[in-house]
Design a protein around this ligand. Structure first.
Ligand SMILES: Nc1nc2c(c(=O)[nH]1)N[C@H]1C(S)=C(S)[C@@H](COP(=O)(O)OP(=O)(O)OC[C@H]3O[C@@H](n4cnc5c(=O)[nH]c(N)nc54)[C@H](O)[C@@H]3O)O[C@H]1N2
Ligand SMILES: Nc1nc2c(c(=O)[nH]1)N[C@H]1C(S)=C(S)[C@@H](COP(=O)(O)OP(=O)(O)OC[C@H]3O[C@@H](n4cnc5c(=O)[nH]c(N)nc54)[C@H](O)[C@@H]3O)O[C@H]1N2
Ligand code: SF4
Ligand SMILES: [Mo]
Length: 778
């Protein structure tokens, strides 16, 4: 049993009675949104959720919950929740709706889908989803199998730059993704004798205490710190973890690939690498060593603003750790160098022999090999249809299906230009592109208006829905759905305990619509049957490891969590390759420091560094005008992206959008703590409230993303004030790397000045009245 588990309150059952409450042991997933699935006890009475507690016996979260989950009752019963299907009656943007039935809504969708399929081809219908939630395979399945279109994408996320650069690069180099081992894959957690405490964790462009991203809980880091783990933190800001690290490297945003290459330079030139692992299990060491010579620490110190000695010391500290582990985050993806940065960091881990050893970085797969998330159902499309996917030609990585989804920037281009073909319909499920996901928000706004038929499936009425939706469908929250999710390991169930008005779970909506569109590929009677199919879907494309599941949703529901036995050092045991041979699942069977497939396609096979397209170095003249480096979107305790702004409790903790500025930089502009400040560059501007902080370099500011104001009027021109404080007014689309991946969300340039009575015009009104983009385009 993990430490801290109270066996006295342990219940073997999944549901029991406690006084007047029915208690259900299950996992909480989205919505309200999060990447994770913490174990919870839902207390219900008379069909209502009354109380939520962390399940003290769930090995994953051990009873702990974040404030957003603790506040879930407020979210579930918030009066603004969507309650039934709504059809637009006024003009787009007027926020006028009529209640309709689900049947009427489905009929309207089917009619439009049939029309576009016939007149423009199924590819003219695009399915969009937000970040990775438990429905991660549901919208793709509807898009491929219901609409018959290859165009499933992430709500205009530029350069697909969340996770996909890291995932596709690890697939190219190692054949599988890897995750830091804080014992989370072992049922007995820290007590398992096979597990080792990581000696050093290097946290790179990630703030796991707040973000808990990608099924990795930040409090595990604090747990292992208490057991002796030391930290290196690479972050432009002194975060809570950075303040407790042995080494904090205060990097210039966007220069991560250069810094990683300099570390490789030190590790190789000082002979600090794991010689046995490198010799037996890596390919291309000499080429990497040659490349790393181009990135000596003194040169990289100039690029990255991290002093040379600090680079050298941190590289030594990491390389000497046994085991070391690398906990990386979003900042790796969100620069133009997203792919080469992930490549360089994977090389560091391989050089140091950290892969798949206890307490290092585990080579992971989905438990029971459940169906590929963004690719679920894509196998039902013809090769010809798959080739029509928007962005297919952007790079060989896309042609070779390194990520399954359509390319965000290419979807925007197709809408704007009708090339290579027009987009006629958008299905937007769990995404709020103009508030949040898409860069260049006013440009996305204009594009959305152009599309003939738009459907939004959400929990609340969003700025995106008001601006462009013809139909809005109400989704159920976590406690209102039966679902299953494996984000790697293990597999977990979500049990429906309540019903809210006419809301349906995303799973139900997709199933009911799919049955009307293409019954053959939606053969399931109920959402529960569909989940059983998903649990057993590993059988479709079996792999050497892990084994597939035979059990049903009802079986899983009783256990909540299930996984096959976890294995370390799978590359020695012949578990990673389907030919059963030892080695990694790559063409050479080794970890490819030099990526052979990249080489074959004419893509650089080695990691390299590219400057952001707009930066002090690339555009020095522009930098005189916009003399600050801007990073955006660091996660907030209170909010998941654009969500929860309606919640009184969260707004009480954090009422306004905050931009963090070094006191010297603020003083130069006469800005004081709490002043409203314009943040502006050549593309646009927005206003946020100043928080002065010594934790940043005076040349760098950090601004929040996802802000809109549900308390303002929804109808245009107000549109919930969605562009007023929207940092994505300043971030461009289309500035990805040569691979199509990467983006400048975390590396821009800007200037700041005080908001005054004279200059305080409403950006939202300007954008909505002008019909979109173009307001400071120079
Ligand atoms: N400037 C800047 N912009 C960024 C980022 C950044 O760092 N900086 N980060 C980017 C990243 S990494 C990502 S992944 C995107 C995220 O972008 P999104 O995933 O689009 O963001 P959210 O606001 O979390 O979710 C969008 C909508 O989904 C709804 N929703 C939540 N749960 C459910 C559910 O279960 N069912 C349904 N149907 N709807 C639900 C919410 O109410 C919300 O309106 O934002 C990106 N935008
Ligand atoms: N509460 C909450 N949790 C979330 C989300 C949310 O919106 N709210 N969003 C979810 C999603 S979709 C994602 S992708 C994850 C992301 O979660 P994380 O990977 O933790 O990403 P961020 O919080 O955006 O940034 C992490 C750190 O990177 C630093 N940073 C900024 N620019 C750079 C840079 O150029 N280089 C380096 N090395 N560091 C930089 C920031 O200062 C910050 O401390 O969080 C998920 N979890
Ligand atoms: S990580 Fe936090 S917000 Fe996410 S499910 Fe767990 S407690 Fe809830
Ligand atoms: Mo993300």
């Amino acid at each position: 049993m993990p430490e801290g588990i109270n066996k006295d309150i342990y219940k073997d059952e999944w549901q029991w009675q406690e006084g007047e409450y029915t208690v259900t042991r299950t996992a909480q997933w989205t919505g309200p949104g999060c990447h994770d699935s913490c174990g919870v006890l839902f207390y219900t009475k008379d069909g209502k959720l009354e109380k939520i507690e962390g399940d003290p016996n769930a090995p994953y979260n051990q009873g702990r919950l974040c404030m957003r989950c603790l506040n879930m009752i407020e979210t579930v019963y918030h009066p603004d929740r969507l309650k039934w299907p709504l059809k637009r009656v006024g003009k787009r943007g007027e926020n006028k709706w009529e209640r309709i039935t689900w049947d009427e809504a489905y009929d309207m969708i089917v009619e439009n889908v049939r029309k576009f399929q016939k007149e423009n081809g199924p590819e003219s219908i695009v399915g969009l989803e937000g970040t990775g939630r438990n429905i991660v395979w549901i919208t793709p399945y509807l898009t491929y199998c219901g609409f018959g279109s290859p165009n499933f994408g992430l709500g205009f996320l530029s350069g697909d730059s969340c996770y996909l650069p890291r995932v596709s690069t690890t697939f190219a180099t190692c054949g599988d993704f890897n995750v830091v081992d804080c014992s989370q894959n072992l049922p007995d957690r820290y007590a398992d004798p096979e597990w080792k405490v990581p000696e050093v964790i290097m946290i790179w462009g990630n703030n796991p205490l707040v973000s808990n991203g990608d099924n990795f809980l930040g409090h595990w880091i604090v747990d292992v710190m208490k057991m002796g783990t030391k930290l290196i933190v690479v972050d432009p800001q002194l975060t809570w973890l950075a303040a407790r690290a042995d080494h904090w490297l205060q990097i210039r945003p966007g220069t991560d690939a250069a810094l990683a290459l300099a570390m490789i330079n030190v590790i190789i030139s000082e002979g600090l690498y794991d010689k046995k692992f490198v010799e037996e299990w890596t390919y291309g060491f000499d080429e990497l060593a040659e490349r790393a010579k181009q990135y000596p620490p003194d040169k990289v110190a100039e690029i990255s603003w991290v002093p040379k000695e600090q680079i050298i010391e941190a590289a030594r500290f990491f390389a000497k750790a046994n085991p070391g582990a690398l906990q990386w985050g979003l900042a790796v993806d969100q620069s133009v160098s997203g792919i080469p940065c992930a490549h360089a960091l994977t090389c560091i881990n391989a050089l140091c022999g950290n892969l798949d050893v206890p307490g290092g970085n585990m080579m992971v797969r989905c438990a029971y090999n459940v169906a590929d998330s963004y690719g679920a159902g894509k196998w039902n499309l013809s090769e010809e249809m798959n080739r029509k996917q928007l962005g297919f030609d952007i790079s060989p990585m896309h042609q070779n299906h390194f990520s399954a989804s359509a390319h965000g920037d290419s979807i925007l281009r197709a809408i704007e230009t009708d090339r290579p073909y027009p987009v006629k319909m958008l299905w937007m499920q769990t995404t709020n592109p103009i508030a949040n996901m898409g860069a260049e928000a006013p440009r996305i706004y204009k594009a959305l208006k152009k599309v003939e038929f738009n459907v939004v499936v959400d929990l609340f009425m969003t700025p995106t829905a008001v601006a462009c939706a013809d139909l809005v469908l109400p989704a159920g929250m976590s406690c209102e759905r039966n679902s299953v999710r494996a984000w790697w390991w293990p597999l977990k169930s979500i049990s429906k305990v309540t019903q809210y008005e006419e809301c349906k779970s995303d799973e139900q909506i997709v199933l009911e619509l799919g049955k009307r569109l293409n019954p053959e590929l939606f053969p399931w009677e109920t959402d529960v049957d569909m989940m059983t199919w998903f649990i057993q879907s590993g059988k479709l494309f079996p792999v050497a490891w892990p084994p597939q599941a035979e059990f049903t949703f009802d079986d899983l529901k009783k256990n909540v969590i299930s996984a096959p036995k976890w294995e370390y050092k799978k590359y020695e045991k012949g578990l990673l390759r389907n030919d059963g041979e030892p080695g990694f699942n790559t063409p050479t069977g080794k970890v490819e420091l030099f990526v052979t497939v990249f080489d074959g396609w004419g893509q650089d096979p080695l990691p390299y560094y590219e400057e952001p397209h707009e930066s002090p170095v690339t555009t020095p003249e522009l930098f005189k005008q916009y003399p600050l480096v801007l990073t955006t979107g660091q996660r907030q305790w209170e909010y998941f992206h654009s969500e929860q702004r309606q919640m009184p409790t969260m707004r009480e903790f954090k009422p306004d959008p905050i931009v963090e500025i070094h006191p010297e930089t603020a003083a130069a502009q006469g800005i004081q703590e709490g002043d409203w400040v314009w943040i502006e560059n050549m593309r646009g501007k927005c206003k946020q409230k100043a928080k002065l902080s010594h934790t940043l370099n005076p040349k760098v500011i950090r601004a929040e993303h996802g802000w809109w104001f549900p308390e303002k009027a929804g109808a245009e021109p107000s549109l919930f004030g969605v562009f007023d404080s929207n940092i994505n007014n300043l971030i461009p689309m289309m500035q990805h790397g040569p691979s199509g991946y990467g983006s400048p969300y975390k590396a821009q340039i800007c200037k700041i000045y005080k908001v005054t009575l004279e200059n305080d015009q409403s950006v939202t009104e300007t954008v909505t009245k002008m019909g979109g983009f173009g307001y400071v385009e120079k």
